[in-house]
Ligand binder design. Structure first.
Ligand code: HPA
Length: 259
């Protein structure tokens, strides 16, 4: 029998929800504590099937702020639709969260980016060909929501107060699961993107639709295909993500109390 987040955690409301991307969760020594709640035990949550994605929720107090940490996410490439991959955002906002923090591992689209470093997401290209907002309209948000300042400028400024070295860039979201061809990497860079990955964009749209603020962080785990002799591979993505987990954790612990 599944239960709601409030029933399982005993906390009627949370303030902030964070999703920890590849290598950034419990496995990477990320900011998790307490008992993991497997996604399968949460009403409405699909289970994650990807190595490096734990698929468990933690309810924690970060500096007194009740926070939901989603360690691992589900993806379009697992065969889920756009509504399902964003279900956790709906559940988090329904649990009181007014701020959604999206973290991910991403491929870098040019040589100026530092592999292993976190970057703020300033904007996005949704290249998945779908949207979680397709379908019958409900009254939780506008039918035609604006996506201007999707990644809240005030939250980005707060993050830079905590870590002034944070640079920012545009995240392109594709379905995966194949990594890009070198031609696709060149095309994405020409389109104005700085990072590429297989998540995040739909979650940001859902959060905006529901009226929550969004902060996005990409850890560049590799340079895109064709930019180096190394071909992208999941083990390396998870390994570099793991190495960055501590820095991401410190950033989150610095930012969340300021929200
Ligand atoms: N491409 C797409 N997604 C990714 C990559 C990449 O190079 N690295 C980590 N996630």
């Amino acid at each position: 029998m599944t239960k709601t987040i409030a029933e399982i955690t005993g906390r009627p409301r949370h303030k902030v929800a964070v999703v920890l991307g590849s290598g950034l969760g419990a496995a990477g020594g990320g900011p998790v504590e307490g008992d993991p709640i497997p996604y399968g035990e949460i009403e409405g949550m699909p289970a994650s099937t990807v190595v490096g994605h734990e698929g468990a929720l933690y309810s924690v107090e970060l500096e007194g702020v009740p926070t939901l940490l989603f360690s691992g996410r589900v993806h379009l490439y697992e065969g889920h639709d756009a509504r399902t991959v964003t279900r956790w955002v709906s559940l988090a906002v329904g649990s009181g969260c007014d701020t959604i923090i999206l973290t991910n591992a991403a491929g870098g689209l040019h040589h100026d980016l530092e592999v292993g470093a976190p970057y703020l997401i300033s904007d996005q290209l949704n290249l998945t060909g779908t949207s979680p907002l397709i379908g019958p309209h409900d009254d939780r948000g506008p039918r035609f929501p604006s996506m201007v300042d999707l990644y809240d400028p005030k939250l980005r400024a707060l993050a830079r107060e905590v870590d002034p070295s944070l640079a920012e860039g545009v995240y392109a979201g594709l379905t995966g699961p194949a990594y890009e061809t070198p031609a696709e990497i060149r095309a994405l860079a020409a389109m104005g993107a700085d990072f590429v990955g297989m998540s995040t964009v739909l979650e940001a749209m859902m959060a905006r639709y529901l009226g929550a603020r969004v902060l996005g962080l990409s850890v560049v785990t590799n340079l895109g295909a064709g930019l180096t002799p190394n071909e992208p591979n999941h083990e390396e993505v998870a390994r570099i993500g793991n190495l960055a987990a501590g820095r991401v954790q410190r950033l989150l612990e610095g930012v969340i109390p300021l929200l």
